[in-house]
Ligand binder design. Sequence first.
Ligand code: AMP
Ligand code: MG
Length: 343
Amino acid sequence: MRRTGTLIAVLALLSALLPLAACGSDEPVAVSREALGTVVSVTAYGEDEVAVRAAIDDAFATMAEVESDLDAYDPESAVSDFNAAPFEWHELPTSALEVLDAVDTLDAADEFSVGLFGVSQLYDFEGEGHVPTDGELSAALQTASMPEREGHRLRFLGIASTTAKPGLDFGGAAKGLALDRARESLRASGVVTAALISSGSSTVTLGTKPDGSVWRIGIEDPRDPETIVATFAFESDGALSTSGDYQRYFEHDGVRYHHILDPATGLPARGIRSLTIAAPSLSGLDTDILSTALFVRGAAGAVEYAEAAGAALYVVDDEGRAQLVPAPADSGLTVAEEATPKR
Ligand code: AMP
Ligand code: MG
């Protein structure tokens, strides 16, 4: 499957960038495990290797909690409970409320919608791939239009005539939130002095490495996973997320149908192949929401947003042209272009 191919590429990339597991305060402990529907890697520094390993176990447990709230593909999750009866009021878990609040704070609600599960299901990305008919799309979009919220409760507005069932999908933000929680867990352990946690598409860093060197995160060419096209380097705490049209997709009649949907049309957002946003001042939840939302907004709007927000941005458009917005000077983040993306 394509997703597996991407995962392997990400793992190969991580192993090239990260030192191997070892002990002692100058060598990190590195652990990779299946989590959040992908492979998550934690690299952590600390004096006491046994204690660092225990802290990493706790961090993975924290991520599993977020997944059990927000994974729409896990039939036991809180979101699956909601999706089983979407027209009834449900109390949402704190993690879901945190995502909804962050979408508002970031001013991303026009492009980032947690109500697109029913629309996304039409495409059958995990199976054979299906191009929805106009009728299927408009019925699904009608019920998907942002659910009603009252405090901690949410429901979709029922439309009796429709056959399309709406649902919640936090897949565009859950990994970033889980990485934030994992980072707080490592910080609170008191035994981890510095760490990097990555789900492949999102990465957060904690503190500065003992030797003072930067945390480097390589961005792959959206049309060639072997090639690193840009490198982001954090001195200390930071967050970065990439959204791409190559992560979940199928092709039909020469057209690529990928997983990032424009809430206005229900169609895959056009114009961008890959978008990365990063900042020391943003959380993993913020960058995860923004990479998806700005992918929908388009390259020009994304550049404008990043400049105003003091964030770094690297975007490859649908003709393979790259644009870079550097982080502000002295922000603790530098970005370097490493290669020209494939056309
Ligand atoms: P990401 O890789 O973070 O950009 O997230 C993509 C995932 O978010 C998709 O696989 C869908 O589950 C979900 N998604 C797709 N389009 C949107 C959208 N416009 N707003 C919010 N979530 C979306
Ligand atoms: Mg995202």
